[in-house]
Design a protein around this ligand. Structure first.
Ligand code: CAA
Ligand code: FAD
Length: 385
């Protein structure tokens, strides 16, 4: 195991998890990556495999069917899956760091008893915040929830919802009282059988096996008992959970960069031009060394943010920095990896070009790079003025 693939600070348990996810990714996911990308569809067997591996409730208490492991363990799994397929990685990431986390942290005992075992055993989750007219300005969402008797009636539309094509459980953010602004935003747990329909499935540049859909809610009836964390608490729940989720996306991006690196670098030592392996030319060696350093730096930022979160320290600024840097590194390393393999890197056969296509999303979802910069800037201003 090279220095790029390991961190000195992982516990024995975390190392074992890392090895088992790596094995699953290489043996089960890898053979299907190209087909899933071309078909723009996740293979249901992969989702089933993630459940069998115990990766769909990593932090969930054992009493609710989960692995009761650490946040860092969830991050390790995301990174390892992304080395092989960033689409599979984000499916697991959203399910764990967003959906499971919200039930675990904010659900009542009854809600946890009802939903967490399902989420650990077989039912996929999705996190429905963004809308056609509110992406970065997420708290300006227009989806409304109106109380009628013991139920809420939800009307509106959500856009860009990861996992929503396959999901059974949906966390929907809707405003119950727009006169209160974002303090009316409330989080509802809904299930597909309540009548959730897919309005459109996106065709994308990258992470094509990961589903991204628009959902329209037309008088969707959700029991008041399915409100998570209390009326008006939704905005806080969403952003606090996204602070954690951003560490997950950073992990996805470093895994992606590492995956591209691992595919392209060995090729440079095999490909001979001018009588020697192209990887022996200093012009290549320095690019490779730069890329290795960038990945290591992004990884340290990411795991530092994860450990801070685990230790109960502030981590919002660190999470934003990790996501910002890791998504830049993913894009630059995967782009360079294509060039290191020359024409071969440009074909779909090697899979290197796919990492580059997949890398672009890192600077967009869970807060664009400008939103991460804005978050970091707010902290700096507070600290220095
Ligand atoms: N952490 C904790 N609280 C935060 C926060 C943060 N990072 N940013 C803002 N807040 C709180 C503020 O403290 C304030 O709360 P109080 O009134 O209780 O004090 C409230 O949020 C509003 O603050 P602002 O007026 O400063 O915020 P804003 O309305 O200008 O923007 C934001 C806030 C919408 C959270 C924005 O900063 C943001 O992050 N936008 C990006 C949205 C996003 O990440 N969407 C991801 C969708 S999920 C996804 O993408 C999943 C996937 O792809 C896989
Ligand atoms: P906009 O907010 O319209 O931004 C456009 C540009 O303007 C960006 O460059 C942005 O940085 C810039 N900009 C905006 N505001 C500012 C500002 N104040 N200062 C400086 N620049 C600014 N959402 C979910 O809720 N759940 C999901 O599961 C989910 N999955 C997704 C999966 C994919 C593949 C994609 C593409 C998106 C997903 N999203 C999801 C939505 C994602 O979070 C949003 O796309 C993202 O937050 C950006 O919003 P937007 O697309 O509306 O861009």
């Amino acid at each position: 195991d090279g220095i790029l693939n390991s961190l000195d600070t992982l516990t024995e348990e975390e190392q074992l998890l890392q090895e088992s996810v790596r094995r699953f990714a290489n043996e089960v996911v890898a053979p299907k990556v190209r087909e899933m990308d071309e078909n723009e569809m996740m293979d249901p067997e992969i989702i089933k495999g993630l459940y069998e591996q115990g990766l769909m409730g990593i932090e969930t208490p054992a009493d609710y069917g989960g692995a009761e492991s650490s946040f860092t363990a969830a991050i390790i799994a995301i990174e390892e899956l992304a080395k092989v397929d960033p689409s599979v990685s984000v499916l697991c990431d959203v399910h764990n760091t967003l959906v499971n986390t919200i039930f675990r942290k904010h659900g009542t005992k009854e809600q946890q008893e009802k939903f967490l075992p399902l989420l650990s055993e077989s039912k996929l989750g999705s996190f429905c915040l963004s809308e056609p007219a509110s992406g970065s300005d997420a708290f300006a969402l227009k989806t409304r929830a109106e109380k009628i008797g013991d139920d809420y009636i939800i009307n509106g539309s959500k856009m860009w919802i990861t996992n929503s094509y396959e999901a059974e459980i949906f966390l929907i953010f809707a405003n119950v009282d727009p006169s209160k602004g974002y303090k009316g935003i409330t989080c509802f747990a809904a299930t597909r059988d309540m009548g959730i329909q897919i309005a459109k499935k996106e065709q994308k540049l990258g992470i094509r096996a990961s589903s991204t859909c628009t959902l329209n809610f037309d008088d969707l009836k959700v029991p008041a008992a399915n409100i998570i964390g209390g009326v008006g608490q939704g905005y806080k729940i969403a952003i606090e959970c996204l602070n954690e989720g951003r560490i997950g996306i950073a992990a996805q991006m470093i895994g992606l960069a590492q995956g591209a690196f691992d595919k392209a670098v060995p090729y440079t030592y095999q490909r001979v031009q001018f009588g020697q392996p192209v990887g022996h030319f200093q012009g290549m060696q320095f690019q490779i060394a730069d890329a290795a350093t960038d990945i290591a730096a992004a990884r340290l930022l990411t795991y530092n943010a994860a450990r801070r979160k685990e230790e109960g320290k502030s981590f919002t600024k660190e999470a934003a920095m990790a996501k910002l840097v890791a998504s830049r590194v993913a894009q630059s390393v995967s782009g360079a990896a294509i060039e290191w393999a020359g024409g071969v890197g440009f074909t779909r056969e090697t899979g290197i070009e796919k990492y580059w296509r997949d890398s672009k999303i890192g600077a967009i979802y869970e807060g664009t790079s400008n939103i991460q910069l804005q978050t970091i800037a707010k902290f700096i201003q507070k600290e220095y003025s």
